[in-house]
Design a binder for this molecule. Structure first.
Ligand SMILES: NC(=O)c1ccc[n+]([C@@H]2O[C@H](COP(=O)([O-])OP(=O)(O)OC[C@H]3O[C@@H](n4cnc5c(N)ncnc54)[C@H](OP(=O)(O)O)[C@@H]3O)[C@@H](O)[C@H]2O)c1
Length: 244
């Protein structure tokens, strides 16, 4: 089997922030065709993803899918009471354990994955982990889905995925917070707001492109600037000494 072959994918919460981003990546990359997509939501989603089938009935979605991807908020999971026996279940819910998913959905083939919001531009990093009952084909399917959304790494322990929820799972949030601190500092020092916004946004994108092109460890980038002995060196050394 390669990729998703002719498998049918159901996405519970397919109209949400992450569910929608994953589906869009799968369609854009040609990983799946709309006719093999079954999507559910609570509110009507007419017009989104033409050719896919929408429902409010999650059991109907399960019955019409080979793989069931659960993308509802953890607090909404209790209401998703379906029998997924014999199906591969992929959960992207942060912090919802294998044990809880198995007890509620009755499948022992479960993959937990934690993409991030950069899936919207197919630039997520997605760590994932599978239960022992998962087959090689289940793993291939998960890898195919999450590599369509960016990069993906299989891990061996559930707690590693839980840990990464706070690192890569936060997506652009922490880099954006740092950039916003720089932006506000610049404005406080008489830089026009629009220039400050463009400066930090371009800095973020430029850093990302450099890191992607060079595929280097961030520590090496910092060390290179320290070794350069320019005006940044003292600031970097002070921040490192302070434990950043
Ligand atoms: N967003 C991220 O960057 C991100 C990153 C990592 C992990 N996650 C995980 O991804 C999951 C989804 O997050 P999100 O940000 O996409 O949340 P979201 O935008 O609130 O989307 C969740 C969707 O689930 C739908 N839903 C809720 N209960 C349902 C039910 N019983 N049947 C069918 N659909 C139902 C909602 O539909 P209605 O709108 O119709 O009510 C909503 O559109 C969460 O568990 C979160 O931990 C998100």
């Amino acid at each position: 089997m390669t990729g998703l072959a002719n498998l049918r994918l159901g996405v519970v919460g397919g109209g949400g922030w992450l569910g929608k981003a994953i589906v869009q990546c799968l369609l854009d990359s040609g990983t799946i065709t709309p006719d093999r997509l079954y999507l559910s939501s609570r509110r009507p989603r007419a017009g989104l993803f033409p050719g896919a089938t929408w429902t409010h009935d999650n059991q109907l979605l399960v019955d019409n899918s080979d793989i069931v991807l659960v993308s509802v908020r953890p607090g909404d999971f209790a209401a998703v009471e379906v029998d997924t026996q014999g199906k591969l279940v992929i959960s992207v819910m942060a912090g919802v354990s294998f044990a809880r998913i198995q007890a509620q959905l009755h499948s022992d083939r479960i993959i937990r994955a934690l993409p991030n919001a950069a899936a919207e531009v197919a630039r997520s990093h997605t760590p994932w982990v599978a239960t022992p009952a998962c087959t090689d084909n289940d793993r291939i399917a998960a890898r195919t889905i999450f590599e369509a959304c960016g990069k993906a790494d299989e891990l061996t322990q559930e707690r590693q995925v839980d840990y990464l929820a706070a690192i890569s799972g936060t997506g652009p949030a922490f880099p954006a917070l740092l950039a916003d601190a720089l932006r506000r500092h610049a404005i406080a020092h008489d830089i026009p707001a629009e220039v400050a916004r463009r400066a930090v946004n371009t800095l973020l994108v430029g850093t990302g492109r450099l890191v992607e092109a060079q595929d280097r460890c961030p520590a090496d980038v910092v060390d290179e600037f320290i070794a350069y002995q320019g005006m940044l060196t003292a600031a970097l050394e002070t921040m490192k000494a302070d434990g950043l």
